[in-house]
Design a protein around this ligand. Structure first.
Ligand SMILES: *Cc1c(COP(=O)(O)O)cnc(C)c1O
Length: 465
């Protein structure tokens, strides 16, 4: 097989630092064993998130200088608005400071207390906004999405039977919209097929229910469609993206992911009445409908970034770099979520640290151990991220217990991926030595951001030599 390389060359470099093991140990202690609380200057390779960590192109840096910082009617806003209309096909666009700003507006406008919002698995901020507005999230993703070893081309698909059952049970008037994420972050960056998007949209239309995309990773989703769905192989990504969005009534978007910028977002829709309300509401929370919390230069960079994101060579390399890391780990027998998704490799911490029980926070423990081993920062996506049940106050125990190695777009080379693979494999080979954690401080909402931990004293190893 012929090897491929990054479809860009490096014009500016940012030196990396690497602390020694003793310094990393100190840094980890200061951070309460929570990788969210590490200082970035203490991190060597930062795979915490692909959110806002994108590297911009020379054209985007150039575009920053073209930002029109007018308070109203900025040229840069019109450029962004036209890019969204052109690439996604929506009529109306509302800018926001980032994705959750759009989620806030959408949830406030559409959700009444007692409503249900079905989705193909939850996302943290999305669900938080739904709940704060009195709604209840209902998971309607296919069962296989909860099984880390199930090999499926489109593991993010909506289960139409589950969705139809919910509609029958609570009634369509209690469902303001279905939220379809493309790809599904929490399932491991798994895609939704074009066929499933169409079926979901058709079912919702029959019941008069809107479909709102969480479009955060829609270009990555389009790549999987091009790669895997019948009849899509020779079509440009741009056309596939356009086709996907035909099966929706609107979307929320985080500019910090696929649009290749560091901050920004938007809400888009075809319904003029909803748009009119959003124009009122955005002023209260974000800013004028012609900037929504972004600087003119941010909007310029995002418009440019959106066009770069649908470049076929770019997106192919993006997906394949993630897969390059994932395949090295699989070859070494490390348990990972399969198939490798669009933006991250997810370690299956339940299998990796099978000697720890769930209340010892295996994913959190593994993320801490990885930082200690090599200065690589990853993220917990398991019992800590899932929070507690509103009624019982017990931990929500998600089926998946994962550590996410998230690859920033255009930032690291495949050599960095090799370093990460070596470290994970090293840990896997001595996994019995990794201890669990106890939670010393627990914030009431989105606890994973600020929780603090300390190592359990006993090693809980059954047969340590
Ligand atoms: C990041 C993300 C969001 C929220 O976007 P922000 O820009 O971080 O507010 C929503 N949904 C998904 C799937 C995301 O990955």
């Amino acid at each position: 097989m012929r090897r491929t390389a990054e479809p860009y060359k490096i014009k500016a470099v940012e030196p990396l630092t690497m602390l020694n093991r003793g310094e990393r140990e100190e840094a980890l202690k200061r951070a309460g064993y929570n990788t969210f609380l590490l200082d970035s200057e203490d991190v060597y390779i930062d795979l915490l998130t692909d959110s806002g960590t994108n590297a911009m192109s020379d054209k985007q840096w150039g575009a920053l200088m073209m930002g029109d910082e007018a308070y109203a009617g900025s040229k840069s806003w019109y450029k962004l608005e036209r890019a969204v209309q052109d690439l996604f096909g929506y009529d109306y666009v509302i800018p926001t400071h980032q994705g959750r700003g759009a989620e806030n507006l959408l949830s406030q406008m559409k959700i009444q207390p007692g409503d249900y919002i079905p989705g193909n698995m939850y996302f943290t901020t999305t669900r938080a906004h739904q709940e704060m507005n009195g709604g209840t999230f209902v998971d309607v993703i296919i069962d296989e999405a909860h099984d880390p070893s199930a090999e499926l081309d489109f593991k993010g698909n909506v289960d139409l039977v589950k969705l139809e059952e919910l509609i029958d049970e609570v009634g369509a008037d209690k469902i303001p919209y279905v939220c379809v994420a493309v790809t599904v972050n929490m399932a491991g960056g798994q895609p939704v097929s074009l066929a499933n998007l169409k079926e979901t949209y058709t079912l919702c239309q029959e019941h008069g229910i809107d479909v709102m995309f969480d479009a955060t990773r829609c270009v990555e989703n389009a790549y999987f469609i091009q790669e895997r769905e019948e009849g899509q192989q020779n079509r440009p990504i741009k056309d596939i993206v356009r086709d996907m969005f035909k099966f929706s009534d609107g979307c929320t978007m985080s500019g910090k992911k696929d649009p290749l910028v560091n901050i920004g977002g938007f809400l888009a829709m075809n319904d003029f009445e909803l748009y009119t309300r959003a124009r009122e509401l955005v002023v209260v929370y974000e800013g004028m409908p012609s900037y929504g919390g972004m600087a003119g230069r941010d909007m310029e960079a995002m418009a440019q970034g959106m066009y770069e994101s649908i470049d076929d060579a770019y997106i192919e390399h993006r997906i394949k770099q993630v897969r390059y890391l994932g395949e090295q780990l699989m070859e070494a027998g490390v348990p990972v979520v399969r198939p490798i998704g669009g933006h991250a490799v997810y370690l299956d911490a339940k299998a990796f640290l099978s000697h720890l029980d769930r209340e010892m926070f295996p994913s959190q423990s593994l993320a801490a151990a990885l930082y200690l081993d090599s200065g690589v920062r990853s993220m917990e996506r398991g019992i800590v991220s899932a929070g507690r049940n509103k009624e019982t106050c017990e931990h929500n125990v998600p089926k998946l217990e994962m550590v996410r190695l998230t690859i920033p777009r255009r930032v690291y080379t495949n050599s960095h991926m090799d370093v990460v693979a070596d470290s994970v494999i090293n840990l896997y080979n001595k996994r019995e030595q990794i201890k669990g954690l106890s939670m010393d401080y627990e914030p009431p909402t989105l606890r994973f951001f600020n929780a603090r931990f300390s190592p359990l004293k006993s090693t809980l190893i059954a047969n340590e030599a």
